[in-house]
Ligand binder design. Structure first.
Ligand SMILES: [Zn+2]
Length: 436
């Protein structure tokens, strides 16, 4: 009686034949993410969750019976990697954020929203209390971005992150011993990087001092961990470079960068920056793109808040943007390591595309920005399986209806997103998030 059942069961457990797990994508313009010229009329094969072959249409052989997807007229780029976020706190559906809103459910929701917009991995930078982020890191959620985490970042007591509800998450460092102990705790939790805040918040709080952050950097390096610093001031950027910092979150924001900084940085070419250009205001296209995943009432609130800005406030925002854009342009011209990050906490997913457009406004080419947002950020996050479309890489990519090398705004014209070899049902995700 049981024999037929067992046979059926065994068949279901057998790995399917190669052909059934193979998909050949043909005809797209392929931006591989390594900065080389796009491959016109490309073909690439994926098997299970991996890319196995990349080349020209007609030259890539697929196993007999492989599925075929015609991408003629489309452009394919690697999925985006966002190396600076603060996810898990905002409730997108209601706009609520506060000291009690960080939950596992919320963090997973954000990772799914990133995937919807073509972001395959993200780096939470110092605002993860407890074990939730570590649990999600260990067990990736299907159809969601991968999570990496700095755990709890550090600053002076009650002076780390900007928002008051985040302040208690950070370690408050008063002595070098405090800094070393915090690093030891983070190392035991196997954080992916150590995050420090070096900022006095416009003179309102104490700033982490050079002796304190040097102790943190020294202890982190002993544990084979890198340290990334939130900065504001040019002078701090220089002193951190002299002290062995590994990366910057944000560029210099108090003044134009000078040759001394560039020369110092060139002596440490592995030091990266996620520019996180500031908000200079949303266009109607931005609001429309946001509306795909944010309820209409929340979009209206954002639109109203922007409309309520005084002309002076709007000008200040524009000047602040222009300063940081000039600085990014200089770092780029100097050939320094520019990665990609949104600093996103409340604007989840859609703002990655806004940030890419902002980086082009700052003077980078679309091709340079795509490399920053894919290959370089994947390197910074040590996610070697992401960042480019090449044999052996994870099958994480975006199919676009138009070419972003011609106009970076075309990264928003998303036809399909594949995360770890599976196409997302973006229509169902949109409906889930926008219908009440
Ligand atoms: Zn940040």
């Amino acid at each position: 009686m049981k024999a037929p059942l067992l046979i059926v069961f065994a068949a279901a457990l057998l790995p399917a034949a190669n052909a059934q797990n193979a998909v050949l994508f043909e005809g797209a313009r392929l931006i591989t993410g390594d900065g080389s010229a796009a491959i016109e009329n490309s073909a690439f094969l994926i098997q299970n969750d991996r890319i196995t072959t990349v080349g020209k249409k007609g030259e890539v052989r697929a196993p007999a019976g492989a599925a075929k997807v015609d991408l003629s007229g489309k452009t394919v780029m690697p999925a985006i990697v966002d190396a600076h976020t603060h996810l898990g706190w905002a409730i997108i559906r209601t706009g609520e954020i506060g000291k009690d809103t960080y939950t596992k459910e919320n963090l997973i929701d954000h990772l799914r929203r990133l995937a919807y917009y073509g972001v395959a991995a993200t780096f939470n930078m110092g605002t993860d209390p407890g074990d939730i982020a570590f649990q999600i890191r260990a067990e990736p959620v299907p159809g969601a971005a991968l999570l990496r985490t700095a755990g709890r970042g550090m600053g002076r007591p009650n002076a780390g992150p900007g928002a008051d509800y985040w302040r208690p998450v950070a370690y408050g460092i008063s002595t070098e011993a405090d800094g070393r102990k915090a690093v030891q705790e983070l190392a035991a939790k196997k954080v992916d990087i150590v995050k420090i805040w070096v900022d006095d918040r416009n003179g309102t709080v104490e700033k982490l001092t050079p002796p304190l952050y040097r102790a943190v950097i020294d202890e982190a390096h002993k544990h084979n961990l890198r340290v990334s610093a939130h900065i504001y001031y040019l002078a701090d950027a220089k002193e951190l470079l002299r002290s062995g910092i590994d990366g910057f979150m944000h560029g210099v924001r108090d003044r134009d960068v000078d040759d001394e900084l560039i020369q110092l940085w060139k002596q440490h070419p592995n030091v990266f920056v996620t520019p996180n250009l500031p908000d200079k205001g949303n266009s109607e296209e931005d609001f429309a793109f946001m509306s795909e995943t944010v309820p209409a009432g929340e979009v209206k609130k954002a639109r109203d808040a922007q409309a309520a800005r005084t002309p002076e406030a709007a000008k200040r925002a524009r000047d602040f943007f222009d300063l940081q854009a000039r600085n990014l342009s200089k770092l780029n011209a100097a050939g320094l390591k520019i990665a990609f990050g949104t600093d996103s906490g409340t604007t989840v997913g859609w703002d990655a595309h806004q940030e890419m457009a902002d980086m082009v406004t700052a003077g980078m080419t679309p091709a340079q920005v795509i490399v920053a947002a894919t290959k370089t950020s994947a390197e910074v996050m040590k996610l070697n399986q992401l960042g480019t479309i090449a044999p052996g890489k994870s099958a994480d990519f975006i199919v676009l209806d138009a070419n972003p090398l011609e106009n970076i705004a075309n990264t928003r014209k998303i036809a399909k997103v594949y995360i770890r070899g599976k196409e997302l049902d973006r229509g169902a995700m949109r409906a889930e998030w926008t219908q009440r």
